[in-house]
Design a protein around this ligand. Structure first.
Ligand SMILES: [Zn+2]
Length: 350
């Protein structure tokens, strides 16, 4: 990547001010919002994708699992299905090594469509608009160099990015084998805060999660009866968040008996000056229904967005078919299996 290629891809503050008059250079979330407005106006592929997103259909499913017999249950969390045909390419993407090696990387600056431009973060990441959005504003925040998707050395960067958005946006990460459609090019994604159901569940229903550890610095809690097995690190500082994450990463390696990156999706956000890092450890990338034959087959390919409560279905037939039992099955297969999760809980509690 040459400096001149990078320069061509960056939006100048004056270009952005046309869309956001009061914008100042160190207002990072203002820069994101202005980038979105600029790109929607100037990049045809995004304005098409954005219209596609706005014609998405939704269905809502309430859960209180397991339902208690004879008791009128208070449905405390919900899952949405989003029928969004513009997601077809991403959900059906082949992500095997050979396919990846033989395709042109769509996150490399050299290969971006001419109109696709963005803003820099810490001279190493570029914030770009996702042309097939799942949210009104949906960003891909990719490295300016072509290097593999990997979290261990980048978790601090993820937390700094979270801090820079000042609570306006949530940041997420899909591991190379569980949701990233460019496993060979390092990237995060971002969406407006409070859009993901899991984020609201965690903030508004802390009593539904079991605290394993808590002191003045940080706390660690886990889900119970939430369909997905998740770990929540909550802290006032980036340093302690990163330290706890590193320990859990190691435990996940031990449990899975691997030395590579354990399959996971991550969600980070700021709420009332506290950092949240939510780990969704994974067992499988794609559920059995993805590989089923004929009518049984469903195009669902869960990444963080799906795991956090918005199941994206690019095909109408899958959207029509979705129901509580299928959601339970998809999450059950995609999440770290219960036995391993119980072992992890024991290890963290020690
Ligand atoms: Zn690349």
């Amino acid at each position: 990547m040459s400096i001149s290629v990078l320069t061509q891809k960056l939006l100048a503050i004056n270009e952005l001010k046309k869309f956001h008059q009061d914008l100042i250079e160190d207002d990072f979330s203002g820069l994101l919002y202005a980038t979105f407005l600029h790109q929607k106006e100037n990049w045809g592929m995004l304005s098409e994708g954005w219209k596609g997103f706005h014609s998405s259909k939704y269905k809502h499913y309430d859960f209180d699992w397991p339902a208690t017999k004879g008791v009128v249950s208070h449905k405390w969390f919900g899952i949405k299905a989003q029928f969004n045909p513009t997601r077809f390419i991403s959900s059906s993407a082949k992500v095997d090594t050979e396919t990846i090696q033989n395709r042109k990387c769509f996150l490399c600056l050299n290969n971006l469509p001419e109109e696709q431009r963005g803003v820099l973060f810490e001279d190493q990441l570029i914030v770009l608009c996702n042309p097939a959005p799942i949210f009104n504003e949906h960003f891909t925040i990719s490295h300016i160099e072509h290097k593999p998707q990997s979290i261990l050395t980048n978790i601090n960067l993820m937390m700094r990015l979270t801090k820079a958005t000042g609570g306006d946006y949530s940041i997420f990460y899909n591991g190379p084998n569980c949701g990233a459609s460019a496993p060979d090019h390092f990237h995060f994604q971002a969406c407006p805060a409070n859009e993901l159901p899991a984020e609201n569940d965690i903030i508004h229903h802390p009593e539904k999660f079991r605290i394993l550890f808590s002191d003045e610095q940080f706390s660690v809690s886990v889900s119970e009866n939430y369909l997905r097995n998740i770990i929540i690190i909550k802290s006032k500082t980036i340093d302690s968040t990163v330290k706890v994450f590193n320990s859990i990463y190691q435990l996940l390696q031990e449990i899975n008996r691997i030395s590579s990156e354990p399959m996971m999706n991550l969600l980070t956000f700021l709420n009332e000056e506290e950092f949240y890092l939510v780990i969704f450890p994974r067992e499988k990338h794609r559920p059995d229904v993805y590989f089923a034959e004929g009518e049984e087959r469903m195009l669902v390919s869960p990444g963080l967005v799906d795991m956090a409560g918005i199941l994206v279905t690019p095909l109408q037939k899958d959207f029509d078919k979705m129901n509580n039992e299928l959601i339970e099955k998809i999450y059950g297969e995609a999440s770290l299996e219960q036995k391993k999760f119980n072992t992890l809980i024991d290890m963290i509690s020690k």
